[in-house]
Design a protein around this ligand. Structure first.
Ligand SMILES: Cc1ncc(COP(=O)(O)O)c(C=O)c1O
Length: 440
């Protein structure tokens, strides 16, 4: 169950299964945020409120560095992981452009849009003709292999990006192996890892296998608007900063958001406590959901692993549900009407919305795309939440299920929401999600 902040406005009980998109902030973490909302500017150390603010930032750096087993000087705070990823990509591109040195960038084909689109935009706006870009395809198990990367390296390759785990499928990539082999063969290449989906679910030690790694506060139960970048100090000297004129470090200038940073450092420490136990619980709940679907006669396919945890985030379940009349968009809307939040893997209206690049990379069929939903749990998800989810998934996917009948299911509970939903369906069956472009 979730605190008032996450209950929808009509006060329905909310069952939240969209934790790879964002997480809620529990009171014991929010407390840390509130402690520093009215602090001084951490750059102004001539009075006590500035000094306290600077101390909280230094302590946050120490905590995060200890968690990652890196030096505090290797930690840079940003506004989000999008910024962290941009700082690396744009930083290297601008540094190369300044001396007109060719740069070839290689990324996995399943990176987050903030990596893929940044590289594409950089290449499109490359006036010096120095940039080139390739993506590395997936193997049959949904992972990127070292051999696939090795075969696409060029003499001018200067940046390789592979995410730690995919945010849609939860499939964990062999980044340690890739990073170590890349370092042994081509120590000149910067290896960047987007660890947004994995941090908090895996204990990560980036030193020795990558030059930089990005994280986001709001995926680990801290507030939105704060991110973190681990960057090896030698590697940071080769980047052009995105912002100038402030007093933070080489990579990023600007006044730090002390409250959000302190909140994120404490959230990271908390999320990693008893990680193994929490992952065991999440895995049991994932199995419970799949068994419930099986027992309820729902036809489905799992993207990622159904039974092996070797390369699978325990909290993430991306499934295609096959049903004659129920597509993912209708199902998600039905679930929303009964208080359950999940996200869709793609729109059922494939003509008007782009299918997810990750599903495409995994060879999804039209039937897969039409039925894919993403269920993502957090450490606060309970077995009761899962029971409620399964009950409504099975009900929504019953052979005779239609949107009309499923919507009227909820009408006894909340006529006003229902009226709104019904009228929006009538106006435009794909309403607010028609431009949806893949989950965050
Ligand atoms: C894998 C991955 N990378 C990067 C991001 C961007 O993170 P932020 O919201 O902090 O910009 C996300 C957000 O969904 C993500 O899932």
């Amino acid at each position: 169950m979730y605190p008032d902040a996450l209950k929808c406005s009509n006060r329905m009980k909310r069952y939240y299964f969209d934790n790879n998109s964002t997480t809620w902030v529990p009171d014991n973490i929010l407390r840390h945020y509130l402690e520093y909302v009215n602090c001084g500017n951490p750059s102004n150390i001539h009075h006590v409120s500035g000094r306290l603010s600077a101390k909280a930032i230094q302590k946050s750096k120490d905590m995060i560095a200890a968690d990652l087993s890196v030096a505090p000087l290797d930690i840079v705070f940003t506004a989000c992981a999008t910024e962290s990823n941009n700082a690396i990509i744009q930083g290297l591109v601008h540094a190369h452009a300044a001396v007109k040195k060719p740069l070839h960038i290689l990324t996995s084909c399943i990176e987050h849009k903030c990596v893929l689109e940044t590289v594409t935009k950089m290449v499109e706006s490359d006036n010096c003709g120095i940039l080139s870009y390739d993506t590395v395809p997936l193997g049959s198990d949904g992972t990127v292999t070292w051999n696939a990367i090795k075969s696409q390296l060029r003499p001018e390759t200067g940046l390789v990006c592979v995410m730690y785990a995919n945010n849609e499928t939860g499939i964990v990539q062999p980044v340690e192996e890739i990073g170590r082999k890349l370092r042994a063969m081509r120590p000149d290449i910067h290896f960047h890892v987007d660890a947004v989906a994995a941090i908090g679910k895996r204990i990560i030690k980036p030193r020795g296998f990558c030059h930089s790694m990005s994280f986001s506060g709001h995926k680990i139960h801290a507030v939105k608007g704060v991110g973190c970048l681990y960057i090896d100090q030698e590697a940071s000297k080769k980047l052009m900063p995105l912002t100038f004129g402030g007093r933070q470090q080489v990579v990023r200038s600007g006044t730090d958001n002390t409250a959000a940073i302190w909140c994120m450092a404490n959230a990271l420490a908390l999320v990693h406590q008893k990680r193994r136990e929490k992952n065991n619980r999440l895995w049991r709940m994932r199995g419970f959901i799949l068994n419930g679907l099986k027992r309820g006669g729902v036809q489905y396919k799992v993207f990622g692993s159904e039974s092996s945890r070797k390369r699978q985030l325990e909290n993430t379940l991306l499934i295609a549900i096959y049903h004659d009349t129920m597509c993912n968009l209708k199902l998600v809307k039905y679930l929303d009407s009964v208080g359950v939040s999940v996200s869709i893997g793609s729109s059922c209206n494939t003509k008007s919305a782009k299918a997810s690049h990750v599903l495409n990379a995994m060879g999804a069929t039209n039937a897969d795309r039409r039925g894919t939903i993403r269920i993502t749990m957090s450490d606060y998800t309970t077995m009761d939440d899962c029971k409620y989810l399964v009950q409504h998934l099975v009900r929504g996917c019953a052979p005779s299920s239609t949107v009309g009948s499923t919507i009227s299911l909820g009408s006894r509970k909340n006529p006003s929401t229902l009226q709104t939903l019904k009228s929006s369906f009538r106006r435009n069956p794909s309403t607010s999600l028609s431009n949806w472009n893949g989950p965050a």
